[in-house]
Design a protein around this ligand. Structure first.
Ligand code: HEC
Length: 122
């Protein structure tokens, strides 16, 4: 469903002739590129530059984070409110200061694209 909305946004954008309008959000590849940038800035210190985790946080390619177990909303909630330690022994994830809703959306699209491309660890 979300893909359909994104596709419609692209089509409307393409026909509207005003690509510069800020009302039309980033989509597709541009969204993922922006998401990678935000991911490296806000998330990589703990979840690893390659998403495979660090000594501060878990791999986001763990099967624990497949979409059916952690929905996209989990990314919004974790970024805004933090996440108490419950799956691992790294401690709590703190809320991420200064990240916007658009950046969270882009980060989520980026993480999903890497999950799709690389598959899950176990
Ligand atoms: C300071 C370290 C740190 C940073 C920075 C960080 N995380 Fe986390 N994150 C963690 C830890 C630790 C956990 C595991 C909590 C647990 O034990 O389940 C976690 C868990 C999560 C979860 C799962 C939440 C749940 O409901 O179980 C998501 C989704 C997530 N992080 C996304 C992100 C995203 C997106 C960013 C960047 C915007 C980010 N994290 C930045 C440390 C971090």
């Amino acid at each position: 469903m979300k893909r359909l909305i994104i596709l419609l946004a692209v089509l409307v954008g393409a026909c509207g002739g005003n690509e510069a309008s800020p009302a039309i959000p980033l989509t597709g590849e541009a969204l993922i590129v922006a998401g990678e940038d935000s991911y490296q800035r806000f998330c990589a210190a703990c979840h690893g530059a390659d998403l495979r985790g660090s000594d501060q946080g878990p791999s986001l390619l763990s099967i624990v984070y497949e979409p059916s177990h952690h929905s996209d909303f989990a990314f919004v909630s974790a970024s805004k409110n933090g996440a108490p330690a419950h799956h691992w022994g790294f401690g709590d994830m703190p809320a991420i200061p200064g990240i916007s809703d658009a950046e969270i959306g882009a980060v989520t699209a980026y993480v999903r694209s890497v999950q799709e491309a690389e598959g899950f660890d176990e």
